[in-house]
Design a protein around this ligand. Sequence first.
Ligand code: NAD
Length: 464
Amino acid sequence: MSTKANMNETPLEQIETILKDLRASFKSGKTKPLSWRKKQIEQLYKMCDEQRELFASAANTDFARPITETYLYDCGVIRNECIHALNHLDEWAKDEYRSDSLAYATMSKYVHPEPYGTCLIIGAWNYPFNLTLLPLLGAIAAGNCAIVKPSELAPHSASALTTMIGRYLDSSCIRVVLGAVDQTHALLKGDIDHVFYTGSTAVGKIVAKTVAEKMIPVVLECGGKSPVYVADDANIAVTAKRLAWGKTVNCGQTCLAPDYLLCSKATESRLIPEIIRAWRTFYTDNPVNSDSYCHIVNGRHFERLKKLIDTSKVVYGGEADANRNYISPTIMTNVDENDKVMQEEIFGPLLPIVTVRNEHEAIEFINARSKPLALYIFTSNNNLAKTIINSTSSGSTCVNDVIFQIAPPSLPFGGVGDSGMGSYHGKYSFDTFSHHRSVVYSATWSEPILSKRNPPYTKQKTAF
Ligand code: NAD
């Protein structure tokens, strides 16, 4: 498959040399000392602090992304994770001594986290810095060399990332490759030891298949349709505001965005005016003119989203402007599983509402589909929330809010089933980029005991 000509692509013939250089750096042992890792993490922090205006302006050029959203959800989040990693790295990187039953008392044993070598990080475009630099932080913390392949769909962000990674980080150990399908496949087929992929489920499967050939471990952070169930007892004003925010932050182009809504007819009619009120407060009656409202990343996704809008079902919004890849916040009602908008991940500002009579119908609807990246429940009854959690499966769940379960570094972030495998953030990032090697020192004085395992297997030896 050939890629669209792009001046900024890394020439394919350079990729082998880049990987060779990284391999040599890893072999030299340079990335293993904690002092090197900490220095790089400090530099990553500094980069996200000093270059936040450049990063925000690049993402704004790429998809009219509000400056504040890059400040908060890319630069801010990465800085917080850097601080967390710096505070905990000594403890994460320690060998963990283990004790077992008396049967193993003759062994001294521990788990030794060791880096894989060269880690490939394939990023998505929608949070262009967060989705490349947070995995990179994990790779560095664990003592790896890394190669970052940002998405070609946000070229200005990718270019800013390349320049700044070159300026702030150790380029003998950390490199960026720019490009799309061809560059990604050249990397996947190259001399790498681990892959961390963020993107669609369809491409995730291609990535996993490609590296399966060489038994390379892979983490897949994918997407899907994350449902929201709003129970009749939910606080409607708060629910509406939080849903309105989650559906339109980054213009709905968030992997964890609430995709569709399940609720009763009565709750639907209380919720809709409140969601509209929230959107008007956020973006005025003319979101197209709002600096706080992001646009769709490109013409292909704009056209895809337009096709998902069934105008006969739109009760709010539905406006689109192809010149600016703009789609307004939109609500659709009387939606059922056969509607186009229910056939794929929306990844845009469209909110379809499917009515159900109760939580049992909601659970049935959710369980009839792929396991989502997130499941959201709005209710004032924690027991009801627990029942739904225990009857379903999802990468994560947030009760009475959306998306924010991603924020605390103490929690793993990742999918399950079609929404992905593996997780990261906080210590989970360190663990994801480490091989946990079991090490046992066996005492020679234990030979009289251990020799019982040796043949011949007499009756006395097998009597246990
Ligand atoms: P995408 O799958 O189009 O691209 C992801 C990456 O894969 C890019 O770097 C791209 O260059 C590369 N790629 C594309 N086609 C390829 C191919 N055939 N072979 C090898 N590599 C290929 O995804 P996207 O449009 O950038 O992002 C949107 C999707 O990502 C949504 O489904 C969203 O839910 C998901 N996502 C998931 C997370 C998460 O953390 N779970 C975060 C952001 C986005």
